[in-house]
Design a protein around this ligand. Structure first.
Ligand SMILES: O=C(O)[C@H](O)[C@@H](O)[C@H](O)[C@H](O)COP(=O)(O)O
Length: 240
């Protein structure tokens, strides 16, 4: 694992750095493999980043967008990560609809939706059950409880290591999420974290010893690149 931690002076510098890093990953992926694959995170932090990506001139037909997690709500629900990304980015560019791979959230049983998404991923990457295909980038946020994607502290989703996709939960609200081994199969995992409220969780995630199930972002140890992009409010107290 090749880990890089960068603390940027403020949120706009954080967004600019994340944009530049993602643009470089897009160039490399398209040069090397003819396409770029990214899994998006939800929440509030990435919205300005998605808006900034939408302002770029990019080979949209070579870019494929997935989601690393999703709230189990219809795609037109205000809490939907898909809706946020479409409004901030995808609806504003000529990215073909066939390049947008949302997590299904209309099945009565979320477990069926998880299996469907996993099957879709295996078909897209031409991988077999039991294999963990590598996306070019998995973009992650981190909650103030050190959760990432929808891998929340002390939940069953943290124990799933033989699937790509599983059902998660934040208290009683159901989520669909990448498993931590699938996140770790990415070529690059990029955390974008802002705000002083994230400091205590970051201290635990970066501590030499702490419980992974209490601080799930500690489980993210990709064999590829691990980037932590933080604003000063979040990263000020981290040991350099
Ligand atoms: O569905 C979600 O909410 C996200 O995928 C989640 O993992 C998010 O990244 C963190 O909760 C941080 O959220 P903020 O960026 O809003 O702090």
């Amino acid at each position: 694992m090749n880990k890089t931690v960068e603390v940027l002076p403020d949120q706009s510098a954080l967004v600019k750095r994340a944009l530049d890093l993602i643009l470089s990953k897009i160039d490399t992926a398209i040069q090397e493999r003819g396409r770029f694959t990214i899994a998006l995170s939800g929440g509030s932090t990435p919205k300005p980043l998605y808006e900034a990506i939408a302002n770029q001139k990019l080979p949209w037909d070579k870019i494929h967008v997935f989601w690393g997690d999703e709230r189990y709500v219809p795609p037109d629900h205000p809490d939907s990560n898909e809706l946020m990304a479409r409004r901030a980015w995808l609806d504003r560019v000529d990215l073909p609809e066939t390049n947008i791979h949302p997590i299904p959230t209309l099945e009565a049983d979320p477990a069926v939706a998880a299996v469907k998404y996993e099957r879709h991923l295996h078909n897209f990457f031409n991988s077999a059950s039991g294999e963990f295909p590598a996306l070019d980038v998995v973009l992650l946020g981190m909650g103030d409880d050190a959760h990432t994607a929808s891998l929340f502290p002390h939940t069953e989703a943290l124990k799933v290591s033989d699937r790509l996709i599983t059902v998660g939960n934040k208290d009683s609200s159901i989520r669909i999420t990448f498993t931590y081994p699938f996140i770790n199969s990415a070529r690059s995992v990029i955390f974008v974290v802002a705000g002083a409220n994230k400091r205590p969780a970051l201290a635990q995630v970066f501590a030499p010893v702490a419980d992974d199930f209490t601080y799930p972002s500690r489980l993210i140890k990709p064999q590829g690149e691990l980037w932590w992009l933080l604003d000063a409010a979040a990263g000020a107290e981290l040991p350099s």
